[in-house]
Design a protein around this ligand. Structure first.
Ligand code: E4P
Length: 218
């Protein structure tokens, strides 16, 4: 399972990259706004800065809701860097746009996915990545991880190439569950990645090793 970080914060991207386990970055308009990145030129410049930091896929989302402008924005984003993946919402125009991008060899990430039916449409259109939002489903008492497993089952049976990117990850446990549910990629906040390191027995064991070493070495 590939590890993406879900942020537009350059420091956090760098910290995750320095761990040596980072395979890519996802952003969305809310994450860009959180970093105070506003205005078209600044947004495009920020995507370029992220691409300079990581030599991996970077999902950059279109803002337009209509087919024509999705194509215009998507082409502009894709021209920024070869690692840009154009993120397109799961709508009728979005699916038409994904189909168009696929025909023109531009890679896509279909976002805001909440059902298996939507996952089938995105795969049919040739999406490179599919982003089902696990946490937002959990927030509404639907089982987000069950959706990942259901889509994985369908994609395997139908031999679809689209990669399942478990998104809207809230916890370290979500990461483990995404791996069990057969996600191809998980995109998560830095805190969820760092949480994977934690276990009290590791800390206790390390302290004992050090104490024993110090006792016998004076
Ligand atoms: C990533 O691609 C998604 O936009 C993101 O994971 C959504 O996460 P959230 O539900 O925490 O906003």
């Amino acid at each position: 399972m590939l590890f993406f970080i879900d942020t537009a914060n350059l420091d956090q991207i760098k910290e995750a990259k320095d761990l040596g386990i980072l395979d890519g970055v996802t952003t969305n308009p809310s994450l860009m706004a959180k970093e105070g990145i506003t205005g078209k030129n600044n947004i495009l410049k920020h995507y370029k800065n992220i691409c300079k930091l990581v030599d991996n896929d970077v999902s950059a989302e279109v803002i337009a809701l209509d087919f024509k402008n999705m194509i215009r924005e998507g082409q502009e984003l894709a021209d920024l860097d070869e690692n840009i993946v154009v993120k397109v919402p799961m709508t009728i125009d979005g699916i038409k746009a994904i189909n168009w991008f696929t025909e023109h060899s531009i890679r896509t990430n279909c976002t805001l996915v909440f059902s298996a039916g939507q996952a089938i449409l995105a795969a049919k259109a040739g999406a490179t990545y599919l982003s089902p939002f696990v946490g937002r489903l959990d927030d509404t008492s639907w089982d987000g991880m069950a959706l990942i497993a259901e889509i994985s089952d369908i994609y395997e049976k139908q031999l679809y190439d689209t990669m399942i990117l478990a998104a809207s990850i809230r916890t370290s446990l979500h990461i483990v569950q995404a791996a069990k549910a057969n996600a191809d990629v998980v995109t998560c906040p830095l805190s969820a990645i760092l949480g994977l390191f934690n276990h009290p027995l590791t800390d206790i064991g390390l302290a004992k090793f050090l104490a024993d070493h110090n006792k016998s070495n004076g």
